[in-house]
Write a protein that binds this ligand. Structure first.
Ligand SMILES: Cc1cc2nc3c(=O)[nH]c(=O)nc-3n(C[C@H](O)[C@H](O)[C@H](O)COP(=O)(O)O)c2cc1C
Length: 374
């Protein structure tokens, strides 16, 4: 089932799996697809450790890395990251910090044990993102870099392509897809509103064909709402060169998540997600809970923009992950996931999930073919 993009990468299946778990990256790539490690939460040192592990376990297979590479803003490119962070911290109203702290305390989420271990901006700034790209480009088995938000800066695109790797980016609008194409990206990920994480307003069924038509010969990967082989077939029928999936990998056997967190996916239906700015400052699809409701309630502080809201919530993200099963933590936890969460009902291994997708794909294709006259 190789598309042109699969051939370029040398992979057997057009299944791209976005994940934060190195084990999932390795298992998906070994099963014929390609695992893509989401690196935005990592420091350069942590990414080095993760990629060392992947390189040691993935055999002859390849993988990708997903990074948030912001465009340079006037003056910011040269600014020392510590100064930049200090400046941004000063822009966050105390009211926002207090509101977040109270929500966590009211739900019994313990404080982070080391008070001096402060959370910062992570990979959300250009200086750190560049170091993450540097680390990825040292790895011969890392063959693809994806950018989560916006078109990457021209110098980064050039560096990735000069190294012989492919570079792509997500988008949720035709306009953004055209910008990606004009910047010379090797592939475009068209993410419909159904998808987990940062997402736009247009549904996949409308967005995919429009973007595919708008960008001509640039390969498009369909993202957002793929929870079965039937949905994968629909994406391929619309002209996608593969599927870019995220939510499906959150509850697999190999995914490193607390049982309480996996249970919250099994309990959720397709109606239980919301696009909320409450964690990152940009609309991001996640499980609806007390946290998302509180930030959307009139009279309460409104979420700030990106990256300021991230400074309010960075500590809450790590605490709600660490103490996932404590108190009512899941009611205030950051759980990005797409509407396909309603189809995630059991723990499967990555390999079994990929085989299931393929079987469903073939079964659906046979049904569609059987409709044709003899
Ligand atoms: C938990 C989670 C975190 C995500 N974080 C990122 C990210 O950091 N960078 C990115 O490019 N996409 C991110 N995404 C979006 C995925 O790359 C992918 O486009 C999306 O999950 C596809 O839709 P689906 O969830 O319906 O499969 C995230 C998705 C999820 C579920």
């Amino acid at each position: 089932m190789q598309t042109e993009l699969c051939k370029k990468l040398g992979i057997d299946l057009p299944i791209f799996a976005f994940t934060h778990c190195r084990d999932v990256v390795v298992e998906v790539s070994k099963a014929g697809g390609i695992g893509v490690l989401g690196a935005v939460g990592f420091t350069p040192e942590q990414l080095k450790q993760e990629l060392d592990w992947i390189d040691d376990h993935i055999g002859d297979h390849i993988y990708g890395v997903d990074i948030v590479i912001p465009q340079k803003y006037e003056g910011m490119g040269e600014m020392d990251p510590a100064k930049l962070e200090e400046m941004l911290q000063a822009m966050v109203p105390q009211e926002h910090h207090d509101f977040a702290a109270k929500l966590l305390a009211d739900h019994g989420v313990p404080e982070w044990p080391d008070k001096d271990d402060k959370m910062g901006l992570l990979g959300w700034n250009e200086a750190i993102a560049t170091l993450l790209v540097d680390e990825s480009l040292k790895r011969p088995k890392c063959r693809l870099i994806a950018n989560a938000l916006g078109t990457p800066p021209a110098d980064i695109i050039k560096r990735i392509q000069d190294s012989g790797r492919l570079v792509g980016a997500l988008c949720g609008k035709v306009k953004q897809a055209k910008q990606h194409k004009n910047a010379g990206l090797d592939f475009i990920i068209a993410q419909g509103t159904e998808g987990g994480g940062h997402t736009g307003e247009v549904g996949s069924m409308v967005l995919w064909p429009q973007i595919i038509d708008a960008v001509g010969d640039t390969p498009v990967l369909a993202a957002g709402g793929i929870g079965s082989g039937r949905a994968m077939l629909a994406a391929m029928a619309l002209g996608a060169q593969g599927v870019w999936t995220g939510s499906l990998w959150l509850a697999v056997e190999e995914a490193e998540a607390e049982p309480a967190q996996k249970q919250s996916y099994f309990d959720a239906t397709e109606e239980d997600t919301v696009r909320s700015r409450s964690w990152t400052g940009k609309p991001c699809r996640m499980l609806k809970n007390d946290w998302t409701e509180a930030w959307a309630t009139e009279g309460n502080p409104e979420p700030l923009g990106m990256p300021l809201q991230g400074l309010v919530t960075a500590d809450a993200i790590r605490r709600t992950h660490k103490y996932a099963a404590v108190g009512e933590c899941q009611k205030v936890a950051f759980n990005p996931v797409g509407q396909v969460v309603g189809q995630i009902n059991e723990v499967e291994s990555c390999r079994d999930l990929i085989f299931r997708l393929l079987n469903e794909y073939v079964e659906a294709l046979e049904k569609v073919n059987a409709l044709m006259p003899e």
